[in-house]
Design a protein around this ligand. Structure first.
Ligand code: ADP
Ligand code: ADP
Length: 228
């Protein structure tokens, strides 16, 4: 059963159409990737799925419910969470404060405390920096924090926008190991947008190639590998 089903979604900004009827699915436990050149509309599609951009047409169904057009806050409460491109953490807040903010859709305070400890154990690089400001972290540490903050919402679907952008090969390896573990450790399915096709193809079981706002190829990863 599909956890997420995007059907014929159209998006745009003002007079500009970005996504021209995009359909894709994500099943429980899957890591699925969306590849494609800059400007193809990948980020905008992720924003539409989490409610940051309103679809102009089409539908988004999550866990059997039509969630088309719901706000980002409601989508986060339901467990659909975006880790946006560019390590958008709060630089003036500590690592711990950033993580607590990630739990904003939740009300289960005791579980949040426990998850904070879990997250610091899962990201040892953050544990040593718990009381440091986000802005004092390296780029790679900020990316880890952005992912960990997303996980604090207890997502059922985690959307990752370019998590490896600008990271050294060593950090890309670390990010890869973390993404591979997200399903098992945190029970979230992953929709991954990546410039680094090698990384995306090594992580995902299925993928989509987006060009000019449309899906032009979709299928198991072996087929996408031959295309790229
Ligand atoms: P990708 O993630 O594939 O690089 P984006 O979804 O970021 O593509 O962008 C698709 C197109 O939409 C690009 O031409 C981009 O400039 C444009 N775009 C993105 N965000 C906005 C915005 N807030 N306002 C206007 N145009 C935008
Ligand atoms: P993001 O990281 O959010 O995918 P970018 O880094 O490309 O997007 O752009 C940063 C901000 O500028 C975003 O809020 C995005 O929506 C907006 N933006 C991107 N392209 C355009 C554009 N062509 N016109 C206006 N705003 C844009």
């Amino acid at each position: 059963m599909n956890l997420l089903a995007v059907s014929d979604v159209v998006t745009g900004y003002g007079p500009t159409i970005v996504n021209r009827g995009v359909s894709l699915t994500l099943a429980k436990g899957e890591i699925v990737t969306i590849l494609g050149p800059n400007g193809a509309g990948k980020s905008t599609l992720l924003k539409a799925i989490v409610g940051l951009v309103k679809p102009r047409a089409g539908s988004i169904v999550f866990d059997g419910d039509d969630v088309t057009g719901l706000s980002a806050d409601i989508m986060a409460t339901r467990g659909v969470v975006l880790v946006p491109e560019g390590r958008k953490i709060f630089v003036d807040m500590t690592v711990e404060e950033n993580l607590r903010l990630g739990a904003y859709p939740r009300r289960d305070d005791d579980a949040i405390e426990a998850d904070l400890a879990t997250m610091l154990a899962f990201f040892p690089i953050l544990a040593t920096k718990q009381r440091d400001k986000g802005g004092s972290l390296s780029g790679g540490q900020q990316q880890m924090l952005a992912i960990a903050r997303g996980l604090m919402a207890r997502p059922r679907v985690l959307l990752l926008d370019e998590p490896s952008l600008g990271l050294s090969p060593l950090l890309v390896k670390e990010i890869k190991a973390i993404i591979l573990d997200i399903g098992e450790r945190f029970g979230a399915s992953v929709l991954l947008v990546e410039q680094n096709a090698g990384l995306a193809l090594s992580l995902a079981s299925r993928g989509y190639l987006m060009q000019n706002g449309r899906i032009v190829v979709s299928g198991p990863i072996a087929e996408l590998r031959d295309m790229s």
